[in-house]
Design a protein around this ligand. Structure first.
Ligand code: DAH
Length: 373
């Protein structure tokens, strides 16, 4: 029943009888009307208008009719086929429109929903304070110097004039990474302060030398409200001809005013560090009571424990022995240095009472400092 019959074939041409064509047309229209979506309509199109649909096959039989019957049968089949085509086209249009409006509803995006539920982070205040201090010194012509956190004992202690039996070298104070090998004189430690960067700077940079070095330090302290085995220091070193303690005082004042506020006085009192001579501890006028030691109204100032002063750093003139260890002529050059803990300064400045707040990574702590540049 493929190609048009050449000879009259009463069996095949039965499909062209009016009742048969009407039935094909009715079946097709019913299937088209019943198609509930575009997939079903596609199946109906294939079954009732496709190459192997009854009406298509009937159409192919027209040529088998006696010539006199062909025109009428052709008209009948043609009318049925165009009715089917028209029904398909209009159902297609209906179903496509239905699909489009369903998609519009189902895939609606509510552009008014909040999109920023993930809270923004914040810079850690230790980083922002370190940057601020570094900026102050860079503005005065200092360079930033860095050194390794895993440091040779020689840089951390020996070159800084710590004697071999100094208590800081004990295991309970210092994390030893490796002891000295028999042929070596220096073990490896996690640096206990940023002062070894002074040595590295003096050994590698040309004189005169003005450097500032922020960084992490380690001590084998148990973690509690005021101690942490990991903390940050910032170190300042100047080596030049003719430097005196007056220059040291000036640098310290610049630092204190940048960190705690304009016009705060500083005080040096004798102290001891192996790498400076003379050495001093640096106190600043309490930034809360401004040295009065009491709050307005007479209550004791808790920030400075009614001392009026707060100790914040160690400092001194670079010990000539340290200059010599770095190959610098102490008769020609002198130097000053100071160093301090960044967390401690942060705690003083902001009334943080537990150093663990600076370590736990809770963004709520950092966010409170979010406005810090
Ligand atoms: N390195 C010392 C410490 O960790 C602090 C210090 C004191 C640094 C005096 C200095 C200095 O540069 O001159 O306790």
């Amino acid at each position: 029943m493929s190609a048009p019959n050449k000879a009259y074939d009463p069996v095949e041409v039965a499909a062209l009888a009016p009742a048969a064509v009407d039935r094909m047309r009715a079946d097709a229209l019913a299937a088209i009307a019943a198609a509930a979506d575009l997939d079903e309509l596609k199946a109906a199109r294939l079954a009732h208008a496709g190459d192997r649909a009854p009406i298509t096959l009937a159409n192919a039989e027209i040529g088998a009719l006696p010539p006199a019957a062909r025109a009428e049968a052709g008209k009948r089949v043609g009318t049925a086929r165009s009715a089917i085509r028209a029904a398909l086209a209009s159902r297609q249009e209906e179903l496509a429109a239905e699909r489009d409006s369903r998609v519009l509803v189902e895939e609606t995006v509510d552009v008014t929903l909040p999109w920023d539920r993930t809270p923004a982070g914040a810079r850690h205040p230790v980083s922002s304070i370190a940057d601020r201090l570094v900026d102050v010194f860079v503005g005065m012509g200092y360079e930033v110097a860095e050194g390794p956190e895993v440091e040779a004992e020689w840089y951390n202690f020996d070159a800084l004039n710590f004697p071999p039996d100094h208590p800081a070298r004990e295991m309970q104070d210092t994390f030893f990474v490796a002891g000295p090998k028999p042929a070596e004189r220096s073990g490896v430690v996690l640096r206990t302060h940023t002062s070894p960067v002074q040595i590295r700077a003096m050994l590698t940079r040309p004189l005169p030398l003005y450097v500032v070095s922020p960084g992490k330090c380690y001590r084998s302290d148990a973690l509690d409200a005021t101690h942490s085995p990991v903390f940050h220091q910032i170190e300042c070193l100047a080596v030049d001809e003719g430097l005196t303690m007056a220059d040291l005082r000036g640098a310290i004042s610049a630092f204190v005013e940048a960190m705690f506020g304009e016009g705060l006085r500083t005080r040096l009192r004798p102290d001891f560090f192996p790498f400076t001579e003379p050495s001093a501890d640096v106190s600043m006028e309490c930034h809360v009571c401004r040295g009065a030691s009491t709050r307005p109204g007479g209550a004791p100032c808790r920030v400075c424990r009614s001392q009026g002063w707060i100790e914040i750093a160690g400092c001194g003139m670079v010990n000539p022995r340290v200059l010599v260890a770095c190959g610098i002529d102490p008769d020609r050059y002198s130097g000053f240095a100071f160093g301090l803990g960044i967390e401690r300064s942060l705690m003083i400045r902001h009334g943080v009472t537990d150093i663990r707040d600076t370590l736990e990574g809770d963004v709520r702590f950092s966010r409170a400092f979010g406005v810090e540049a």
